[in-house]
Design a protein around this ligand. Structure first.
Ligand code: CU
Length: 150
């Protein structure tokens, strides 16, 4: 009986530790050459939330060479971009309330940073998933895969 309690307590302690051990965030950079420094982001299922920290390491202003990061199913990317371009910079190039968007950040300019938190439970079903910049014209170069790992 006591032994069972101890094992149960150990398991309860181990679960959050395992979640902490998984790497639940990544530092992503965008630059003045319209590029991200990564072409894939691995997301562990052990993470409840996964954070992408985006830093614009260039110098150009957000209205000229601004970057954001959007996470969505690859199949939704084109439509999100089209609607985002219409929504404009004031809406961070994402249509308000766009249900296809799993997570998105603000648009940042040179020297600025932002971050997004992705509920990992939403990265199921209709994958594959992609991260990209929805600033008009950028996603052709600024995109990569989001791979969910066990
Ligand atoms: Cu961009």
């Amino acid at each position: 009986m006591i032994r069972t309690l101890i094992v149960t307590a150990a398991l309860m302690l181990a679960a959050p530790l395992a979640a902490q051990a998984a790497n639940c965030s990544v530092d992503l950079e965008g630059n003045d050459a319209m590029k991200f420094n990564m072409s894939n982001i691995d997301v562990s299922r052990g993470c409840k939330e996964f954070t992408i920290n985006l830093k614009h390491v260039g110098k150009m202003a957000r209205n000229v060479m601004g970057h954001n990061v959007v996470v969505a199913a690859t199949a939704d990317m084109a439509a999100i971009n089209t609607d985002g371009a219409k929504a404009g910079l004031a809406s961070n190039y994402v249509k308000a309330g766009d249900a296809r968007v799993i997570a998105h950040s603000n648009v940042v300019g040179g020297g600025e940073s932002t971050s997004i938190s992705i509920p990992v439970a939403k990265l199921t079903g209709a994958g594959p998933f992609e991260f990209f910049c929805s600033f008009p014209g950028h996603s052709a170069m600024m995109k990569g895969t989001v791979t969910v790992k066990p």
